[in-house]
Design a protein around this ligand. Structure first.
Ligand code: NDP
Ligand code: 2IT
Length: 447
C-alpha cells in the first residue's frame, strides 16, 4: 500500500498533518524508528495502514473552562481530552494541569500511553487530557472551583466503560477528589470513572506509590538481567512530586542511595543520601505545604543548585521523574563520562532523541518511560478491577501484582529488544506495545 514507507517519508507526512507539534513529532519518531522496519517485514500491518491510524487520535476534544478566582475575577482556561486509541480497552490516562499544556504535549502523552497501556498486560486503551491552568499559588477554593468547572464539561466525554482519567503533573488526589465529586453530582451515579481516588471512596492501596515503585522495580529487573542490583548504588532522581517521592522510597528500600531531588527552581544535592525521615519532610513539603525543594537544603544543610539539573554529578543510576526533555545530549554525555550504568524513566519522554541515541551507542542500559513508568497506570487498571468487583485488595497483594506486571514488561522488552547480548529497551517496548494494539485493530476488520 505504501511502497515508499520509510521513517523519513512517514515523518514528513506526519509533520505536514500536525504542523508545529514538536513534542508529538518527537514521540512518534522514536516509535517509528522501531516499528516501521517491523511493519515492512509484516505486510498485514502495512496494507491496513495500521501505524498511520495509530498516530491519529480517535478524537481530540478542546473546551473552554470558566471559573472565578478569590478576587472575583472571571478566569478562562483551555481544557482538553485526547482520546487516542481504544482498541484494547476504554481510553485511560492522566490529566495534567500545567501552564505549558497544549495539544502537542497531550498528543505526545496520549500516543505514548497507547504503547505503555498495552505493555501492562491489562485491557486499557489510551488517552490524555488536562489544562493550561497553573495550580501554583492558587488557594484550595480556587483549585476546587477550577476542578469543578473543568469536570462540568469533561463529564460529557468520560465514563467507566468509555474513558477513565487519572492524575499527572499538577493533578493528585486532592484534584481527583474535586473532579470525581463533581462527576458524581452531575451524573447521579457512583462509578469507577476516575482512578487515583483516595481510599475512602474507591481508591486503591499502592496507586499513590505505584509509578515510583514500579520504576525502581524496573531498574532492579534491568540490573538483575546483567547480574547486578540497586543495592549500594548512588542514584540521581529529578523532580520531587508524586513519582520522584515514591521512586526515592523504593530505591532506599532496595539499598540504593538517592543524592538529588529537584523542582522547576533547581536541585538539592545531599551526598549523605536521603533517608526515610528526610523523605517524609519532602512529602510534607510538597503535598501539604506546597513549598519549594530549596527548603530541603536549608533544613538539612546541603547544597541547592538554582536553575540547574542534577545530571552532571557522579552516579551509578539515574531516574528522571520530573518532565519531558529534561536530559539532552550534553547531559547524556556527562552521565556516561561519569560512569552511569543505567537509566529508568519515571517521567514521560524526559530524554531527547539525541540523548537516547547516545545512550544506545554507549551501551548504557536505558528504559523508556512507556516501559519503566507503566506501574502507575497498571495499578490504575487494578483500581478499576477492584471498583468493578466492589472490593479492595490488600497492600501486599497489590505490591506483588505490581512487581509481577513490571517483571512481565521487562521480559517483553528483552524478547523484542535483544541485540547481541544488549537489550534495546526502546525497541523492545515499542514492538511489544505495538503488536498487541495492531492485532486488535486488525481483528476489528481492515477498515
Ligand atoms: P507532580 O506534579 O507530582 O510533580 C512534578 C514534578 O516535576 C515537580 O517536582 C515539578 O516541579 C517538576 N516539574 C514539572 N514541570 C517541570 C518543568 N517544566 N521543569 C522542571 N521541573 C518540572 O507530577 P508527577 O510526579 O505525577 O509527574 C512527574 C512525571 O511523571 C511527568 O512526566 C508525568 O507525566 C510522569 N508520570 C506520572 C504518573 C503518575 O502516576 N503520576 C504515571 C506515569 C508517568 P515544580 O513543582 O517546580 O513544577
Ligand atoms: O502517564 C501516566 O501513565 C499517568 N499519568 C497515569 C495514568 C493513569 O491512568 O493512571
Amino acid at each position: 500500500m505504501y511502497a515508499d514507507l520509510s521513517v523519513e517519508t512517514f515523518m514528513n507526512g506526519l509533520i505536514k498533518r500536525n504542523p508545529g507539534e514538536l513534542e508529538f513529532h518527537q514521540a512518534v519518531r522514536e516509535v517509528a524508528e522501531s516499528v516501521i522496519p517491523y511493519i515492512l517485514s509484516h505486510s498485514k500491518y502495512e496494507h491496513a495502514g495500521i501505524f498511520q491510524r495509530m498516530t491519529e487520535p480517535d478524537r481530540s476534544i478542546i473546551f473552554r473552562v470558566v471559573w472565578e478566582d478569590d478576587k472575583k475575577n472571571i478566569r478562562i482556561n483551555k481544557g482538553y481530552r485526547v482520546q487516542f486509541n481504544n482498541a484494547i480497552g476504554p481510553y485511560k490516562g492522566g490529566l495534567r494541569f500545567h501552564p505549558s499544556v497544549n495539544l502537542s504535549i497531550l498528543k505526545f502523552l496520549g500516543f505514548e500511553q497507547t504503547f505503555k497501556n498495552s505493555l501492562t498486560t491489562l485491557p486499557l486503551g489510551a488517552g490524555k487530557g488536562g489544562s493550561d491552568f497553573n495550580p501554583k499559588g492558587k488557594s484550595e477554593r480556587e483549585i476546587m472551583r477550577f476542578c469543578q468547572a473543568f469536570m462540568t464539561e469533561l463529564s460529557h466525554h468520560i465514563g467507566p466503560h468509555l474513558d477513565v482519567p487519572a492524575g499527572d503533573i499538577g493533578v493528585g488526589s486532592r484534584e481527583i477528589s474535586f473532579m470525581f465529586g463533581q462527576y458524581k453530582r452531575l451524573k447521579h451515579e457512583f462509578s469507577g470513572t476516575m482512578t487515583g481516588k483516595p481510599l475512602e471512596f474507591g481508591g486503591s492501596l499502592i496507586r499513590k506509590e505505584a509509578t515510583g515503585y514500579g520504576c525502581a522495580f524496573f531498574m532492579e529487573e534491568m540490573l538483575k538481567n546483567v547480574g547486578d542490583s540497586v543495592q549500594g548504588k548512588t542514584c540521581l532522581v529529578s523532580g520531587s512530586g508524586n513519582v520522584a517521592q515514591y521512586c526515592t522510597e523504593k530505591i532506599i528500600q532496595l539499598g540504593g542511595k538517592v543524592v538529588t531531588l529537584s523542582d522547576s527552581s533547581g536541585f538539592i544535592y545531599d551526598p549523605e543520601g536521603i533517608n526515610e525521615e528526610k523523605l517524609a519532610f519532602v512529602i510534607d513539603l510538597k503535598v501539604i505545604k506546597r513549598g519549594r525543594i530549596s527548603e530541603y537544603a536549608k533544613k538539612f544543610n546541603c547544597e541547592f543548585h538554582e536553575g540547574k539539573k542534577p545530571w552532571h554529578l557522579p552516579c551509578d543510576l539515574a531516574f528522571p521523574c520530573a518532565t519531558q526533555n529534561e536530559i539532552d545530549e550534553k547531559d547524556a554525555i556527562a552521565l556516561a563520562s561519569n560512569g552511569i550504568k543505567a537509566i529508568a524513566e519515571g517521567a514521560n519522554m524526559p530524554t531527547t532523541i539525541d540523548a537516547i541515541k547516545f545512550f544506545e551507542k554507549s551501551k548504557v542500559l536505558y528504559a523508556p518511560g512507556k516501559a519503566s513508568n507503566a506501574g502507575g497506570v497498571a495499578v490504575s487498571g487494578l483500581e478499576m478491577t477492584q471498583n468493578s468487583m466492589r472490593m479492595a485488595w490488600t497492600e501486599v497483594e497489590l505490591e506483588d501484582r505490581l512487581k509481577v506486571i513490571m517483571t512481565n514488561i521487562h521480559s517483553q522488552c528483552v524478547t523484542h529488544g535483544g541485540e547481541n547480548g544488549y537489550t534495546n529497551y526502546v525497541k523492545g517496548a515499542n514492538l511489544a506495545g505495538f503488536i498487541k494494539v495492531a492485532n486488535a485493530m486488525l481483528a476489528y476488520g481492515v477498515v
